[in-house]
Design a protein around this ligand. Structure first.
Ligand code: ADP
Ligand code: MG
Length: 697
């Protein structure tokens, strides 16, 4: 038997009719194969409980013969069913008790009477109250006849526990999975034999059996390893195929290094590019000059100088007569980029346009017309630039700043918009390698691993508000500036905003009296925000009280103190980003985390931040604390999720899977060879039909 049986509908399993099939499909389970890959959420040790030596309470599993049984009716709706069970392995008898709502469960009571009667041999699974040694009474949750052929799935062993759903219990799932396992015993292995041998893996049937119904923890671990490998191999193959497909394409336009913009740009920068910046710019230019469209991610810690790199790429496009788009996650950051670029390109014939929703209708219409007729070279804005109905004359390069969340869906959407385009995604939250491979496996990655010279250390302290404000006043006296940031969950939350406003008034009247203090938040109009940011940038304001709108990208070199209020409410990446707003111009800087962390995770976040400034370490910690889904926001985006592999634990397996995937595709680019047929079919099921990531036609 081969694939056929795996693809059978669950409906053909015993006990699954059309109604159950519908309930199962709510769990995403339509075929026998789906069921096999519905992995347990946990396991329960249901081997027979040894006799207690000391008073004990808790979970017990026992096998015995019923000595006598009787129903006890009480007033009210609860009644008891009670039996005396002789348990040979204990050399003793115990009392087993069932609580039932007899009025409603008359049928259950009848079944009990028929099945649990004197002389019957049964298993019980239940809970012992108080002292088992003394009372010998067990409250029964489940029972099975010793001669029930299904008992073996539920008792006397380690049993799987599944995430159940309305109408489908873990007990039923256990029986159906067991049946599915029987049917699939001879099913074809997804992995080619050579690979199973090379990596010393369990064969598929053993692995599936060992995961659902392990005989030991060791066996379960072996099984998990094999299935994690399989899952990661499929994922890496999908990414590698996508990457190969992109690289096989041609974008149909060519670049020449003319340098009439790039050379003066470099000359007027006012600083030397770091070696890392030069290297990365070369990598990007290499991609842009190649036939295939670029899909590159630029990683660089906060302050590593990504903007200059982006400008160089944009200028290459403009030199060649094409348009570029520079996109930021927020409008305020887009505005800042606009100023920065205006400054960088002051004396160059490059036409910039800021496109945000804050433009007046007339300005916006003008800007859009300029993009359309090509009288604008670089458009700066948010994602709305490429997501909406904005039309470009000849857009060839999209730079997306601070967006490691720019997932596969968004990338595809962008790619579908018009002719092929080069794509550069920049992120300051260094993503651990394992995560990058799993979530962006088709991207080429460049890393800015060097900071521009003259960066000061930022002293990070977990301290009190008083200490922090004392430093703010001190620094202001020396002509420096400070940020005080309040957490708000969403920029549109009224409650949070009110709190921030109240705080602002409190500070102005108290701790920061006499300083020039301004408030900035996400609900202000664009012009208001711009005015305040400008005042701060020009040094006409000492302290900026802000909501996290300042989180990414702001670049005010004279700011030397960052105070983060209720720092325990921020995630690690945000804290690191916020801290990166200071220490930008070689002035000794400091970051104060004001917090009273309640949870272990919050304590850990604060400790990590005080300990290290290394973005990569922070990224790793973030992955450990939050898991990949939350970091990437995959839950909201409905993107890839892993059922069994753990990017943290399985980093080595993942590296193997990636290498094996490369090798396979080198030898068999379309996975057309017979030994790869099963893998190919699964790949199509998962990543072609479900995620549209690959096209194996
Ligand atoms: P990020 O990578 O966080 O986006 P930015 O591009 O905002 O960093 O750069 C941070 C600051 O460093 C800016 O003020 C920028 O002008 C400056 N900068 C960038 N490259 C260099 C360099 N090679 N030498 C000195 N300063 C630089
Ligand atoms: Mg930046």
């Amino acid at each position: 038997m081969a694939v056929g049986a795996l693809k059978n509908s669950v409906q053909y399993l015993k006990g699954v009719g059309p109604k159950r099939a519908v309930q199962l499909s709510a769990l995403g389970l339509s075929t026998v194969e789906d069921l096999l890959y519905y992995f347990p959420r946990s396991w329960e040790d249901r081997k027979e409980t040894p006799p207690p030596r000391a008073p004990e309470s808790g979970h017990v599993v026992l096998k015995g013969r019923v000595v006598r049984a009787s129903a006890i009716f009480t007033r009210g709706s609860i009644s008891l069913y009670k039996c005396t069970l002789n348990v040979p392995s204990w050399g003793d008898t115990i009392e087993a008790v069932w609580f039932k709502r007899m009025s409603r469960r008359y049928d259950v009571f009848q079944t009990l009477k028929a099945e649990v009667k004197a002389g019957a041999d049964i298993w019980i699974v239940g809970r012992a109250q108080d002292s088992l040694l003394k009372l010998k009474e067990v409250q029964v949750d489940e029972y099975y006849g010793l001669d029930d052929p299904k008992a073996g799935f539920h008792v006397g062993r380690i049993v799987p526990v599944y995430a159940a759903t309305e109408g489908v219990s873990t007990r039923q799932l256990r029986e159906w999975v067991a049946q599915a396992l029987q049917e699939s015993d001879h099913a074809q292995d997804l992995l080619p034999r050579a690979l199973v041998e090379k990596r010393g893996l369990l064969a598929a049937p053993q692995a599936l059996r060992g995961l659902h119904f392990p005989r030991s923890i060791a066996e379960m671990e072996e099984a998990r390893k094999r299935l994690a490998y399989e899952e990661l191999l499929l994922l890496e193959l999908a990414w590698l195929l996508k990457q190969r497909q992109t690289k096989a394409g041609t974008k149909g336009f060519a670049y020449e290094l003319k340098r009439h913009l790039l050379t003066p740009f470099r000359q007027h920068l006012g600083f030397e590019l770091t070696a890392a910046q030069k290297r990365v710019i070369n990598e990007i230019f290499g991609d842009m000059q190649a036939h295939a469209p670029m899909t590159r991610m630029l990683q660089g810690d906060v302050g590593s100088g990504k903007t200059v790199v982006a400008v160089a790429a944009l200028l290459l496009a403009v030199e060649n007569g094409y348009q570029g788009a520079f996109m930021a996650p927020t409008e305020i950051l887009a505005e800042q980029h606009y100023w920065t670029l205006t400054k960088f390109l002051k004396d160059l014939p490059v036409r910039l346009r800021l496109v945000t929703s804050r433009l007046k209708p007339k300005e916006r219409a003008e800007a859009l017309a300029a993009l359309r007729d090509g009288t604008c070279d670089i458009a700066i804005g948010t994602h709305a630039l490429i997501e909406g109905d904005v039309a470009f004359k000849d857009l060839r390069l999209a730079v997306i700043d601070e967006q490691h969340r720019f997932g596969v869906r968004q990338r595809s959407t962008l790619r579908q918009k018009g002719p092929p385009m080069d794509l550069l995604i920049m992120t300051a939250t260094p993503i651990p390698r394992t995560l990058a491979l799993a979530m962006f496996g088709d991207l080429d990655v460049s890393t800015l691993d060097e900071m521009p010279p003259g960066r000061a250390q930022i002293l990070t302290t977990h301290g009190t508000e008083e200490e922090a404000f004392a430093r703010v006043r001190q620094q202001a006296q020396e002509g420096r500036q400070a940020y005080i940031v309040y957490p708000i969950i969403s920029e549109s939350s009224r409650v949070d905003l009110k709190a921030a406003k109240a705080e602002f008034e409190r500070l102005k009247a108290g701790a920061l009296a006499g300083l020039r203090t301004e408030l900035i938040h996400g609900q202000m109009s664009g012009t208001q925000k711009t005015k305040i940011m400008e005042a701060f940038a020009r040094g006409r304001c000492d302290v900026l009280v802000a909501t996290p709108v300042v989180e990414v990208g702001m670049d005010i070199p004279n700011a030397t103190v960052m105070v983060i209020q209720n720092a325990d409410r921020f995630g690690l990446a945000s804290l690191h980003q916020l801290r990166g707003r200071v220490g930008r111009a070689g002035h000794a800087s400091e970051c104060w985390l004001v917090a009273d962390p309640q949870t272990e995770a919050a304590k850990r976040r604060i400790a990590v931040l005080c300990e290290t400034a290394d973005g990569f370490r922070i990224g790793e910690e973030d992955l450990k604390l939050r898991g990949p889904g939350e970091i990437l926001g995959t839950a909201q985006h409905g993107e890839l999720s892993l059922a069994i592999a753990d990017l943290f634990r399985d980093a080595e397996i993942q590296a193997q899977a990636r290498a094996d995937g490369q090798e396979m595709l080198d030898a068999d680019p379309k996975l057309a060879a017979p030994q790869n047929a099963a893998l190919r079919r699964r790949l199509v099921d998962l990543y072609q039909n479900r995620w549209h990531m690959v096209d194996l036609a």
